[in-house]
Ligand binder design. Structure first.
Ligand code: ADP
Ligand code: C5P
Ligand code: MG
Length: 196
């Protein structure tokens, strides 16, 4: 018996469909979805935030915000929601994220598994560019930022996926298909988790 919240980390390249699939998981399995990127954008947009400029610099440069900021935003959102199961989307993205999470939150949560979306870079890039063209308003859905985001993904995030893979905690889903097709496999990954 554990009273700790259960969490699933959701990782994958920019545009691999993490946010899209998380919404479906929320509906079916009753998790609360916390996107690290969304929380950072919200903090950046908060008038008077001391971190606004720093966050925006990292977002347009495709680099990763120091974990103290992101982890605090995640913990605050977890406490505020009062839920006992969370999808933590886009985190941990590098070794600093992983270390900071483990020391601040590791003992407070139960990591269920890591959901990993595998998708070719060209597909992901096209999706993000389309998202930008469709008016996402994101300052990083452009070719220059995307190149840097992929660089970070390959060099900093993939080692984190490999770290969890070595512990047999990664459930991989091929994401280069329609959202509904992807979701069939996502549901399999959640096998054994009670529906909402
Ligand atoms: P991420 O959170 O991984 O960056 P999103 O879920 O925001 O990805 O998806 C990026 C863009 O691609 C969005 O415009 C979304 O509507 C679109 N998208 C998501 N999943 C698919 C899919 N399976 N097929 C085609 N387009 C998709
Ligand atoms: O996940 P998403 O694509 O919304 O992330 C957008 C940006 O937010 C990242 O490219 C990065 O600059 C920042 N971010 C971060 N640390 C995280 C998640 C996102 O710095 N753990
Ligand atoms: Mg997203």
């Amino acid at each position: 018996m554990t009273s700790k919240p259960g969490i699933v980390f959701v990782l994958g390249a920019p545009g691999s469909g993490k946010g899209t699939q998380c919404e479906k998981i929320v509906d079916k399995f009753g998790f609360v979805h916390l996107s690290a990127g969304d929380l950072l954008r919200e903090e950046r947009n908060t008038p008077g935030s001391q971190y606004g400029a720093l966050i925006e610099g990292h977002i347009t440069g495709g680099t990763i915000v120091p974990v103290e900021i992101t982890c605090s935003l995640l913990e605050k959102a977890m406490i505020k929601s009062g839920s006992s199961k969370f999808l933590i989307d886009g985190f941990p993205r590098n070794q600093n994220n992983l270390d900071g999470w483990n020391s601040q939150m590791g003992a407070k949560v139960n990591l269920l598994f890591v959901l990993f979306f595998e998708c070719p870079q060209e597909v992901c890039t096209d999706r993000c560019l389309q998202r930008g063209a469709a008016g996402s308003g994101r300052s990083d859905d452009n070719p220059e930022s995307l190149a840097k985001r992929f660089d970070t993904y390959i060099n900093a995030t993939m080692p984190i996926v490999d770290h969890y893979r070595a512990q047999d905690l990664v459930r991989t889903v091929l994401a280069n298909r329609s959202p509904d097709e992807v979701f069939v496999d996502v549901c399999e990954a959640f096998d054994g988790i009670k529906e909402a």
